[in-house]
Write a protein that binds this ligand. Structure first.
Ligand code: HEC
Ligand code: HEC
Ligand code: HEC
Length: 468
């Protein structure tokens, strides 16, 4: 009965529709500019090249200590950056690429980044590697699709790029596996509009600066904005599908975006739908184990926890948590929610005969309980949950239709699951039960409509609704 949702990584790559849009946008800006005032493309930042002492030839992975340490550091950074999430296909060899990534104009495949000389990046110098990872420019000079999150990696310091390079050249097994061409038809397959997009939206890459890693907040900011590319999913996108903000200069940063039919929710200080009520410890526990007293991980965040954050050091997780807690709420006037036991009492005595309440009793209460509080670390609470109280109900509809399974992590190995209800509940039932959940126990979020459920049902390829 329990089906595992197969998630295709379409991270950031939605950004690809940008292709066409970017060209249009440039044209539109030109058209809108007063006559004679030509729009000058944003100049490409001068490329502060990263240099390796002693030439770019990879050194042998000898047991000499500094090199071994560099490799270890590189491996850690590759995990924090989750390079494997996109560059390792299901059942594929590590980092050999070939993962299909959906975009509105066709499918893109991640590339082979093992050190194989013919099909991978074995012939890349450190400079070539840096250009791809931080500047979004392939060795042949063409621009990469922003599916590769180089707009975040631009923030990675050259010293860390060097460690990553050392790891990919000497710590990763070479695999001979040819890259797949995109399925994008001509003329959309032309890459030149991507370079316009890059010039408009990619930030300048950072230079090596004195490390501020001793200060947890700046360490946290460095990881969140850069390597861990949290904003690729959690920041809403603009007209050309670019992230609306790449830093905390604007409250759009990490305020929530929809990716793969899940809401990568608001991570700012909002008390109803953000992390306003989560302590630093709650955030770190979620990233380490995939669950805490407020929520359990699902959707695209499952991969992030499983392959990346659970492997981060406690210090780095604490730094990320501390930094996230500095983000001001989008809505500073929102009032914190308070628990209200009216719904729990009505469910217990059976006085609420609405379809929403009855559907909840029949299908959900066994795990999430009539109090809505669930069982800590096992069946997450629905009462006062920031997930439940997010205005956009995409995640809630998705999880009720398809179910979800918590990942097994090193610190929390048991993976509890929720069944999918797509073949048991009609669109109206799902809308009613979620509307009930969103207005009970102190929750205050807008009603869900059958039309919203029907759309998600189609988008996530759930079973057709049951005939009654
Ligand atoms: C969210 C998905 C994603 C993540 C995470 C990601 N990549 Fe990529 N990467 C891609 C895709 C897709 C391409 C191919 C883009 C294209 O064809 O234009 C790519 C291309 C590249 C290239 C260019 C390869 C070539 O053939 O020229 C390199 C190098 C690279 N990635 C390295 C990395 C490293 C190192 C990391 C981790 C620090 C990483 N990537 C993380 C999706 C990703
Ligand atoms: C591949 C897309 C993706 C990336 C990258 C990503 N997230 Fe998420 N995240 C999601 C989705 C989708 C959810 C909603 C599902 C859930 O709550 O587990 C989520 C939920 C969360 C939550 C739970 C919030 C709540 O109120 O329930 C936290 C905390 C979080 N992410 C932090 C991060 C941090 C920190 C990073 C960077 C290290 C990050 N995420 C990177 C997709 C992503
Ligand atoms: C068999 C027990 C079980 C049943 C029955 C069940 N759930 Fe769940 N529910 C879970 C588990 C386990 C999770 C965590 C899944 C994960 O994180 O991958 C969950 C997660 C959720 C979440 C996300 C909460 C969060 O913060 O992570 C929502 C919303 C939810 N369930 C609603 C419902 C509704 C509505 C129903 C009835 C239609 C229902 N559940 C039935 C076990 C159950």
């Amino acid at each position: 009965m329990i089906r595992k949702t197969m998630m295709k990584r379409s991270v950031g790559v939605i950004a690809v529709g940008a292709l066409a849009l970017a060209a249009v946008a440039v044209w539109a800006q030109n058209a809108a500019a007063p006559s004679g005032a030509a729009v000058s493309p944003v100049p490409t930042p001068a490329v502060p090249a990263v240099t390796v002492e002693g030439g770019s030839a990879p050194q042998t992975p000898a047991a000499n200590d500094p090199q071994a340490q560099l490799l270890k550091q590189g491996e850690y950074l590759a995990r924090a950056a989750d390079c494997a999430a996109c560059h390792t296909a299901p059942k594929g060899k590590p980092f050999a690429g070939g993962l299909p990534i959906a975009s509105p104009i066709g499918t893109i495949y991640s590339t082979n980044i093992t050190p194989d000389k013919d099909t991978g990046i074995g012939n890349y110098s450190l400079e070539d590697f840096d250009k791809a990872v931080r500047h979004g420019i392939a060795k042949n000079g063409s621009t990469l699709y922003p599916a590769m999150p180089y707009t975040s990696y631009a923030k990675v310091r050259p010293a860390d790029v060097k460690a990553l390079y050392a790891y990919f050249m000497n710590g990763v097994q070479p695999v001979a596996q040819a890259n797949k061409a995109t399925d994008i038809p001509w003329p959309m397959s032309m890459r030149w509009p991507l370079s316009i997009w890059r010039k408009m939206f990619a930030p300048a890459v950072v230079a090596d600066a004195a490390s501020t890693d001793n200060d947890p907040i700046s360490r946290g900011r460095y990881l969140v904005e850069g390597l861990a590319h949290c904003s690729a999913c959690h920041t809403p996108r603009g007209f050309a599908l670019q992230e609306k903000a790449l830093t905390d200069d604007s409250t759009a940063f990490l305020s929530g975006g929809v990716v793969d039919n899940f809401l990568a929710k608001n991570l700012r200080g909002d008390v109803t739908d953000g992390l306003g009520n989560w302590s630093e410890g709650d955030i770190a526990a979620f990233l380490k184990s995939g669950r805490n007293d407020h929520s359990a991980v699902f959707g695209g965040m499952t991969d992030v926890v499983q392959h990346s954050t659970q492997h981060m050091s406690d210090d780095d997780l604490a730094a990320i948590a501390k930094y996230l807690k500095t983000l001001k709420p989008v809505d500073p006037n929102a009032k914190a929610l308070a628990y209200d036991d009216t719904a729990a009492k009505a469910l217990r005595v059976g006085s609420d005969k609405s379809n929403g309440a009855l559907t909840f009793l029949d299908n959900c209460a066994a795990c999430h309980r009539s109090t809505g509080k669930g069982y800590t670390q096992t069946f997450p609470t629905l009462a006062l949950s920031s997930t439940v109280n997010s205005v956009d109900p995409t995640s809630l509809i998705h999880i009720v239709l398809r179910g979800a399974e918590m990942p097994s992590t090193k610190s929390a190995p048991t993976h509890y699951a929720m069944p999918g209800f797509d073949d048991r509940l009609t669109d109206q039932d799902v809308a009613d039960v979620l509307t009930f959940v969103r207005s009970s126990w102190g929750n205050k979020a807008p009603a869900v409509t059958a039309a919203q459920v029907a759309k998600v049902r189609k988008d996530v390829a759930a079973a057709p609704q049951p005939q009654r």
